[in-house]
Design a protein around this ligand. Structure first.
Ligand SMILES: NC(=O)c1ccc[n+]([C@@H]2O[C@H](COP(=O)([O-])OP(=O)(O)OC[C@H]3O[C@@H](n4cnc5c(N)ncnc54)[C@H](OP(=O)(O)O)[C@@H]3O)[C@@H](O)[C@H]2O)c1
Length: 333
């Protein structure tokens, strides 16, 4: 079958289409004909080797982790899905990929595709939906009336997280460039800072939580907008020792990640705040909850561009420019 693969780590990972064997099924897995797959910034980072110590791939490896498609075969122990079911899933972290004609999905990671979404829309959801759910609901325990700062509101995570936070009853602050101010307002953002015109740290205050989505010094600057007891949940680092322990990484990596986050830990502690790094995890049961929010139209998918499968590489290049308005999706069928 056709798949978009990378052959080695580094500056020249040799990304391109390859004819790879169709994956074989384990007892608890589904074979899915992929109709659409969305791309995420990590898909561009993995081939550079940045996550080599954390994410294990056998090279050449298929890229991509978000998919929507139709089940064509099920393993002998699968009980919740059958051939013909339309599903969506995130298979991040499994060493397998979604930018292919077929993908294997463990039953525990799959959810039925919301009936009101097409495959492109459904494929746009898993990574950003799970990340937002795990950050805002699970970790920040965001409640009605609280204030959350979600920078980069126009991006893949931002467009979903703003809507989820509003659904939870929170007030949302965000940053965006001038051209996307209307978009984030339509999604429900209450305080919108045009980062081309103003610095968010001079405008926002008394926030309960910050979702770290923008590289550079934005995380440290966001300390000043939080009230005592507030929390920063970062998607972009610095990685911390708790993350290393949760993934059972070795002592050296645990020590190194501890060092990397030492400064932000010290700064946040001094102000009575907490900091943690979040690495999203695939989870079919959470994705089912997310799917219900989409089905009830509490949250709507925001798709920027759709590329045909032959142009999957261009989809990754477009995303890498860093200015997607919502999600970038590759359509196979
Ligand atoms: N740890 C995890 O598990 C996890 C999970 C998901 C994502 N992430 C990370 O989270 C980050 C966001 O992911 P994503 O999928 O949302 O990326 P994305 O879709 O590529 O984000 C693009 C958006 O970023 C905005 N942006 C760029 N520079 C900005 C700035 N200085 N201030 C405010 N907005 C800015 C752009 O808006 P404008 O065009 O208006 O500038 C654009 O809409 C990425 O670094 C990704 O790797 C981590």
């Amino acid at each position: 079958m056709k798949a978009l693969t990378f052959k080695r780590y580094g500056k020249t990972p040799d990304i391109g289409f390859a004819d790879v064997p169709r994956p074989t099924l384990k007892d608890d897995e589904l074979l899915v004909q992929v109709h659409a797959a969305s791309v995420n910034p990590i898909d561009n980072m993995i081939p550079t080797g940045l996550f080599k110590a954390v994410l294990k791939f056998q090279l050449p490896a298929t890229l991509g982790s978000d998919l929507a498609g139709v089940v064509t075969e099920v393993g002998s122990r699968v009980t919740r899905f059958k051939p013909g079911d339309a599903i969506f899933a995130n298979i991040f972290d499994l060493g397998t990929g979604a930018l292919a004609e077929f993908a294997v999905v463990p039953e525990s990671l799959a959810a039925l595709k919301p009936a009101n979404l097409d495959f492109v829309q459904a494929a746009s959801i898993p990574m950003v939906g799970l990340t937002s759910w795990q950050a805002l609901k699970e970790r920040a325990n965001l409640r009605a009336g609280q204030k959350v700062f979600i920078p980069a509101g126009a991006g893949g995570v931002g467009t979903f997280a703003i809507q989820l936070a509003k659904h939870l009853g929170a007030k949302v602050g965000t940053t965006t460039s001038t051209g996307n101010v209307e978009l984030v307002r339509r999604l429900g953002a209450d305080e919108v800072v045009d980062y081309k015109q103003q610095a968010f740290e001079n405008v926002l205050h008394d926030y309960d939580a910050v979702l770290g989505t923008v590289r550079g010094d934005a995380i440290e600057k966001s300390i000043g907008i939080l009230k005592s007891g507030g929390t920063i949940i970062s998607l972009i680092g610095p990685l911390d020792a708790a993350f290393a322990r949760a993934r059972r990484l070795n002592f050296v990596l645990t020590f190194v990640f501890g060092l990397m986050s030492r400064k932000i830990m010290r700064l946040t502690k001094k102000r009575g705040l907490t900091y943690s790094f979040l690495f999203a995890r695939p989870d079919g049961s959470q994705l089912t909850h997310v799917g219900k929010l989409l089905e009830a139209e509490h949250i709507r998918p925001v798709v920027d561009k759709v590329f045909p499968f032959e142009q999957a590489n261009e989809a990754l290049a477009y995303l890498a420019q860093g200015h997607a308005k919502g999600k970038v999706v590759v359509k196979m069928l």
